[in-house]
Design a protein around this ligand. Structure first.
Ligand code: ATP
Ligand code: MG
Length: 254
């Protein structure tokens, strides 16, 4: 289980997280929705120790990680797969080397069966073994996301962080990625944390959806509850209306 308790994070004067409370239960897929720049990526980076909170605590399976030493943090990071926003593949490395990147660093003992691992993980995301020798520049956007996903699951993590898994993909490829997320939850029993503003995807893959706004979680519920929410912030966000209490454009100039 992951628990964020009253997490605060500022970058200079930019107070991004202002008391985030959030719990992710084992086996569920939780989606964090919220406008651009609200701190969704910043929130999930705290879960793997890539960012440290200014105040508050982050618990992963009973360990408080914001004060954990390097060795403990390393142990926690092994539990996470991370699909980075925009896939973030290494252009100079082949697909196989990209897939193995985390394995080499976090689980070197698995490198004995590296080739088998690559083929297996590529198959899980619906890619043929031939793709292993290609470079990212030769791949379409959808293929890149899949390779990013294969990399995220390569060392069999119990948690996967999906940062904007469907952004920039056509509706069909988006749905393929949604199916993969659902499949990983079912087949591997992974706990998923998805960041997205693609509401169709959020409704499909999530057991629960939480909304981040002005540094806090302002709503939290099942997809059904979110769809029926009377909270004006939620209503405005899910209908994508420029009129309402959310003032995104204004915030950038504050
Ligand atoms: N390493 C950093 N240093 C300084 N500021 C940062 C850093 N990371 C994020 N920020 C700032 O924190 C805010 C939240 O960024 P974040 O990337 O979490 O947004 P987001 O909700 O993921 O948005 P998007 O939907 O556009 O990806 C932004 O104002 C951003 O500029
Ligand atoms: Mg982001």
């Amino acid at each position: 289980m992951i628990r964020l308790q009253n997490v605060h994070k500022a970058f200079g004067k930019n107070r991004v997280l202002r008391g985030v409370d959030l719990e992710i239960r084992d086996g569920e897929t939780l989606t964090i929705m919220g406008g651009s720049g609200t701190g969704k990526s910043v929130t999930i980076k705290h879960m793997v120790g890539l960012l440290k909170p200014d105040a508050g605590q982050i618990w992963v399976d009973g360990l408080e990680i914001s004060n954990a030493n390097e060795a403990r943090l390393h142990q926690v990071q092994m539990k996470f797969g991370y699909l980075f926003q925009g896939a973030a593949l290494f252009d100079s490395l082949t697909v196989a080397e990209n897939v193995l990147f985390g394995v080499r660093n976090l689980r070197p003992e698995l490198m004995d069966r590296a080739e088998e691992l690559v083929v297996q993980k590529l198959a899980l995301v619906g890619l043929k073994p031939e793709v292993a020798d290609m470079k990212p520049a030769e791949l379409s956007g959808g293929m890149k996301k899949r390779v990013g996903l294969a990399r995220a699951i390569a060392y069999e993590p119990s948690y996967i962080l999906y940062d904007e898994p469907t952004t920039g993909l056509d509706p069909i490829m988006s749905d393929v990625i949604n199916e993969l997320i659902l499949g990983l939850q079912k087949k591997l029993g992974v706990t998923g944390i998805v960041v997205t503003h693609d509401m169709k995807s959020a409704y499909k893959v999530s057991n629960r959806i939480a909304m981040l706004y002005e540094g806090r979680i302002v709503a939290d519920g099942t997809p059904q509850e979110i769809q029926n929410s009377t909270n004006p912030l939620v209503k405005q966000f899910i209908t994508g209306s420029a009129e309402g209490p959310i003032q995104m454009a204004v915030r950038a100039y504050e």
